[in-house]
Ligand binder design. Sequence first.
Ligand code: MLT
Ligand code: ZN
Length: 457
Amino acid sequence: MADTVDLLAGVVGARHVLSGDAVPEEYGHDESLTAPARLPAHLVRPASAAEVAGILRVAGALRLPVTARGAGTGMSGACVPRADGIVVSFERMNRVLELDPADQVAVVQPGVTLDELDARAAEAGLCYPVRPGEQSASVGGTIATNAGGMYAVRHGVTRHHVLGVEAVLVSGEIVRSGGRYVKTSTGYDLTQLLVGSEGTLALVTEAVLRLAPRAGHTATVLAPFGSAEEVSAAVPGLLGAGLAPLALEYVDLLTMAAITADHDFGLGVPDEVRDTALGYLAVVLEDHSAGRLEEDVETAGERLLELGAADVYVLPPAAARRLTEAREHAFWTAKAAGADDVVDLVVPRSSLPGLLAEADVVARESGSVVTGCGHAGDGNVHLAVFQPDPVARDTVLRRLFRAGTALGGAVSGEHGVGMAKKRYFLEFTDPAKVALMRRIKQAFDPDGILNPDVLFD
Ligand code: MLT
Ligand code: ZN
């Protein structure tokens, strides 16, 4: 161990290597509800790609497992290290290296947070429109999991914004892929292979990110419906009206009651409507022109009523802000209420009513509570599962994943597989595809030292 510390200190400096009991508790976990925490033998904090390469050479020579870590806000345990392993924390590689308004890109290090990046983009009238709900997340972590979030229905997910990366291979070689352009037709797309690979293939040390123009005007329309299925059934019709909402979120009755319990939100929904509503659709619209926004709000309202909404409320800005914050806090509300797990299944958006109907059946038959909200425009649900018995809970999750994949969906839309959803990923993904993924892993990391417990056994 002393040798390992010396070798790592030789790369990053003794101040940036912590070992044994000196490793702080937070480096052993993320926000997953089910992946057990585990502290690493060593924590290292590199300041450059060259230092990351040095760390990987040491780890390779000693066959020590390596886990990359951003801000630790992940939901699937993908940054939980091995007990004998090394955590590479990117907290010192936290700079926006360049913000280029001409190409509308930012060149960033992985430790930059989404908030910091968006604030820098705002100075140039631009935005980084990836909003997974936790703005203290690091860019590196969101690349590792291909984070999505509320604005994906308009702007796509992380992978649609990552134009290029610099990454360090397990051999210590530093490779660059992509660049400041959207188009590339030049061999395998290694950039996109690394996005979502959860630290199992290489460590990303720099990224070129595509920014978007910042719209000046936004409005939020809230529509209560008679059932959660009706809410989700309205989504294709709303998008079919030619609107391109920034966010299109559904919230079921129980979740709405829980997230709005503490304050008067001023949503303007009268008691008699609230008493009969079983689900809500929140539509956020934005535009550069106030006039065009107003037209879109009107179209959205008319369309929502045609699609079965009990009524339509254009929220005052303060109420809209509070509702968005409460929705983004929904996971924490569920956790505080004792949720035992959270599922982030994705299905084609038109299949969402079928999935939610099945979730109701599963909940009833298993004596569990399954409740939630999610990115309805993306067919991506966040279902909190309250079922303390691990065997019964496993059955609930498997039934949900079976239903979702049978509808053409996937186990995780945006939280990732990590350790928490590994067995479901392996059970519900085409075996030929998993076998190919294993061969890709083997090509990148023949000794299996990069995040060895993530994705595969
Ligand atoms: C969200 O959309 O709020 C995040 O993905 C976290 C979650 O609710 O599970
Ligand atoms: Zn989400």
